[in-house]
Design a protein around this ligand. Sequence first.
Ligand SMILES: Nc1ncnc2c1ncn2[C@@H]1O[C@H](COP(=O)(O)OP(=O)(O)O)[C@@H](O)[C@H]1O
Ligand SMILES: [Mg+2]
Length: 414
Amino acid sequence: MASADLNNERAKVILALETEAKEHYEASRDSAAASCYERAAALLERHAESAPSRKIEGVRKSKALRYREHSKALKSGDVPKAEGGGGGVATATKARPRGEKGSKSDKDADEVKSVVTGLLHHSNITWDKIGGLEETKREIKYALAVSLAQMPEGIQLAGWRNILFYGPPGTGKTLLAAATSRALKTSSEEPAVFFNVKVSSVMSKFFGESTKIVSELYGTARDMSPAVVFLDEFEALCGSRNDGDTGTERRILSTILSELDGLSEKGRDDIYVLTIAATNRPWDLDPAVLSRFDKKILIPLPDPVTRRAILEIHLTKKGFELEFDLADVIDMTEGLSGRELESLAKEVTNRMVAEANSELPKLVDQGLDAVRGYQIKVRPLTYEDFERARAQVQPVTSKEDMERYTDWRDAAEA
Ligand SMILES: Nc1ncnc2c1ncn2[C@@H]1O[C@H](COP(=O)(O)OP(=O)(O)O)[C@@H](O)[C@H]1O
Ligand SMILES: [Mg+2]
């Protein structure tokens, strides 16, 4: 209920901002209009995330994008004045020459745009949601800071623009990318954007369009700078080598490489787009691809200190009490990834709650009011709870698998 209210409220505010923007625009108060459009865009992006369907989400996201474009155009004085009022920016910018209306290429371009807006996200992941990995967090923060801070006059430092995370599944690569984009948040009103791209799905679903999607994606990211482009399952890019690669695949690869080289940003030090790529199979990547990354960081299976930090995040920080010392169960969790530790925590807590509240199903028969009036019982978790749950979680990464990553790192560094 509460979230529906929130959505209604937000829809109203967006509507009010749209009206206000139009009024400002018609009265030639361009900068006031720009700021209304910008605020409406930020709200629309959030609104998109709670959309009831993918389709509505897409509509809201592309509207947000359009408002950002309006705002930018207004700020740069790039917008023709409304004639005789009533036009509004929407019509004004649409009226600018952009090829024939309704033509095929126009429609294709719209489609590419809507795919790209579908990849747009905001992240709520903060650094403290990520257990351990302190050195990696520090390195990323340094990379952000050195790229965004003011350089002394005349100094040109090649900052980091591309980072590769590699390592076994479930170790926090996606989390780190999300936290990085969140750290780029410029104000409370305007969350930084995060393009979350699963390379394999862009390649397979939009095969013919993949190159255009990549270019549009980076173009949009530059418009929204500072931004993070997260390329997940990056090895899919090079995976086709074995099947004999085709011209299209090579073109996609070369488009991504030129984006990684930042050719379109040269000389624009006001723009910061950080690309983070992630892979579980670094050995599948071409040397030409690997050489593009300023930094390649192994995200390993968690060590004892990290495992403890992760369990704290998923148990104690979620309010559960323990009858045992976490230190006593850390040995038991060797070889588990972050994701598996999270499953373990879920398993322990869910079992305890299920046991302590076994009368819940019966309550449902008495009606929803009875259920709502009931308070869930909890008790401190025991060592035995933990042991039992541990038996349910099987690690996917073996010691040998992990060695393959460290061997690869050692070879790459040699
Ligand atoms: N270091 C960590 N701290 C806290 N939770 C983690 C950590 N690593 C993994 N997790 C948990 O596992 C899930 C999967 O992690 P993810 O970042 O998607 O792994 P990867 O991208 O490396 O495969 C996360 O959503 C999180 O709940
Ligand atoms: Mg991931």
